[in-house]
Design a binder for this molecule. Structure first.
Ligand SMILES: [Ca+2]
Ligand SMILES: [Ca+2]
Length: 256
């Protein structure tokens, strides 16, 4: 799901197809492989929220490196994925949920790249008047008005265009903030899987957005870790079961 996006200067980093000082933040809500993520596309719209503008995809080799660093096969629920412009520092691939490192930051042009298809070939730049940040199972969308593959999106617009209107209908009116925004603010979800969008000065890149969003993401993370018992714990449980089985057999024997 799209969790937040930040509106900066919209000046595009050379060769990256994304604004230098902007970012998009996603939260993973179920176990997801690098191949599944690499099969998706994501991007933005024009300021009128009427047409898809930039189309990106994740670089699978970069995602595999992060998984390798964590020593796990899939990204866990509660993981935060950031895609950011060239000025926002180096990539952060030190993923390690077991020790509390739940976020990955991918830089445009490296771990997240413009889709090679040229049909929709704009830059990702967040607009003051309006924008929709979307993620799609279509790879790539067939034309710049093709919203058929959208699996999630959030946006803002005080006069919603076709894409924003479609998102409201498909995912709920709460997914589009009825507002323009100024530079230096992010649109962030402070709710859970049902959005509650607000403007945040400066944004909260790479971390949960506070309020109900933090509670929800912490819950996803707790579920992720408790679902994977550590080897020592698993061994203890197994030993316990064996002891109970032996005791039952002994008791049974006394009755015979
Ligand atoms: Ca845009
Ligand atoms: Ca955030």
């Amino acid at each position: 799901m799209v969790n937040e996006y930040y509106n900066g200067s919209a000046a595009v980093g050379t060769g990256t197809k994304m604004a230098r000082d902007e970012y998009i933040e996603f939260v993973i809500v179920e176990k997801t492989s690098s191949a599944s993520l690499a099969a998706l596309t994501f991007g933005d719209t024009n300021d009128a929220t009427s047409l898809l503008q930039g189309v990106f995809k994740f670089d699978q080799a970069t995602l595999d490196l992060a998984l390798s660093n964590a020593g796990i096969q899939q990204f866990l629920p509660g993981t935060i994925l950031v895609v950011k412009g060239a000025d926002l520092g180096s990539q952060q691939l030190g993923y390690s949920p077991g020790t509390g490192s739940w976020s990955i930051e991918l830089t445009a042009g490296q771990g997240a790249v413009d889709h090679s298809e040229r049909l929709i070939n704009g830059n990702i730049t967040i607009g003051n008047n309006g924008d929709v940040v979307w993620i799609s199972s279509s790879n790539p969308p067939s034309r710049n008005s093709d919203t058929s593959g959208l699996i999630h999106a959030i946006g803002h617009d005080s006069a919603p265009g076709l894409v924003a209107t479609t998102v409201s209908t498909a995912f709920g009116t709460e997914n589009i903030l009825n507002s323009t925004i100024t530079s230096g603010r992010s649109v962030s979800n402070v709710g859970n899987s049902t959005e509650s969008l607000q403007l945040t000065v400066g944004g909260t890149r790479g971390v949960a957005n506070g309020g109900g969003n933090s509670t929800w993401i912490n819950g996803l993370r707790g579920g992720s870790l408790s679902a994977v018992p550590e080897p020592s714990r698993g061994l203890l449980i197994l030993t316990g079961i064996l002891v109970i089985t032996c005791q039952r057999r002994r008791i049974g024997g006394q009755h015979v």
